[in-house]
Write a new protein. Structure first.
Lengths: 96, 285
């Protein structure tokens, strides 16, 4: 599975790593919903760390789409919220 | 819901907007190459913009630092002159500057991080564009094979995803710069209004007070010296003058205020060696 960390690059991760990422992802989503900045920062850092340590960085000359995307390591909860809200708007526009 | 999946969707949506796909995928390859070159230019400009913003903040920090040092000196001078009120005022202003400086430092750190990241992005983009250029020629050459068509589709999706990522990074950097500029503008306004600095000019009230105090200190000293000389020289000539101190005092005041030259009080002194003149001045200030 290919994961992109925004503003960082693409990584290939195996199944067990992907499972770990899913768990952290669920916690990140919860923090995002609650508006808990510190939990958000913690779990985002956890995701990035997991990918960095267990994933294999793709050579930049490999040009391929990703399956999942992780926010840029320095992004704040507010920034990610805004990014995701732009997605909702687009979906609504498409439907309308 | 999964943040990673949703975010992936956002990136894809933005990626689709990056490229106008045309019917012949080979043309899309060429188009996306052009777009990448454009983006490379944009990122390079972005690096320059961040550097400019960073330098502006550094300049402001230097100005604020200089004001802080000056205020510290003024506080010390004021205390030496027993003007605790002035010293307090100077230190209060210094504290306000320290707060501003802290804010600037945070922003400066963020800008440096942004700059580093954009420089890295430029390098990565550069090598990706290079790689893409050779790959697209290979893919175009073998276009008739079904396998190549799938690969072209992947390459286009992959490259537009990368471009969308870079585009978002640029957007973030620009937002940061805009924030900095708003803040830098506010600090510039403060600097211009003299609220924070410009304390070296004639409009600096603390310095004016200190100068006044030190001048009246000098006058006191000169007066004491003159008195000593008069006392030593004998009473005859000196006794006549102190008969009209009430008239002389206000006149002296005006003269001293209008033209606070050092020789004024000295020139006045023989005419009216009256300590009230200075006492009045102290009362005013």
């Amino acid at each position: 599975m290919i994961v992109r960390i925004l503003e960082d690059g693409q990584y290939k991760v195996d199944k067990s790593t992907a499972k770990k990422l899913d768990e952290l992802d669920a916690k990140l989503a919860k923090a995002l919903d609650k508006g808990d900045d510190s939990a958000f920062a913690k779990h985002l850092a956890g995701l990035v760390k997991t990918v960095h340590s267990s994933g294999k960085r793709l050579d930049p000359s490999v040009i391929t789409p990703s399956d999942l995307a992780i926010p840029a390591p320095t992004s704040t909860l507010a920034e990610v919220r805004e990014l995701l809200s732009s997605e909702t708007m687009k979906v609504k526009k498409k439907k309308g | 819901m999964s943040v990673m999946k949703r975010l992936s969707g956002v990136v894809q949506a933005k990626a689709n907007k990056v490229l106008d796909r045309v019917e012949d995928p080979r043309e899309t390859l060429d188009l996306s190459y052009e777009k990448q070159l454009e983006q490379l230019q944009q990122v390079r400009r972005g690096v320059a913009d961040v550097a400019t913003a960073r330098k502006r903040i550094e300049l402001q920090a230097e100005q604020l630092q200089a004001s802080a040092t000056k205020l510290q000196d003024q506080a010390r001078t004021a205390l030496a002159q027993n003007r605790e009120d002035l010293a307090r005022e100077a230190l209060t202003r210094r504290a306000a500057i320290a707060t501003q400086l802290e804010g600037l430092k945070t922003q400066h750190d963020q800008l440096v991080a942004q700059e580093d990241k954009l420089v890295l992005t430029t390098q990565q983009l550069q090598s990706r564009v290079e790689a893409f250029r050779t790959q697209k020629e290979t893919l175009k050459a073998s276009y008739t094979a079904a396998q190549a068509q799938t690969k072209i589709g992947e390459a286009v999706s992959g490259i537009s995803e990368s471009m969308s990522d870079t585009g978002m990074a640029m957007q973030r950097a620009q937002d940061k710069i805009a924030q900095m500029q708003a803040r830098a503008g506010a600090v510039d306004e403060l600097l211009a209004s003299g609220a924070l600095t410009d304390l070296s000019g004639s409009t600096d009230p603390i310095q004016a007070e200190l100068d006044k105090a030190s001048k009246s200190g000098q006058v006191d000293a000169e007066l004491a010296q003159l008195k000593g000389q008069l006392a030593a020289a004998g009473p005859a000539g000196a006794l006549g003058a102190p008969d009209k101190p009430a008239e002389a005092a206000p006149e002296d005041d005006k003269v001293v205020d209008a033209e606070p030259e050092r020789d004024e009080p000295a020139a006045d002194a023989p005419k009216s060696p009256d300590p009230f003149t200075l006492e009045d001045k102290k009362g005013e200030s």
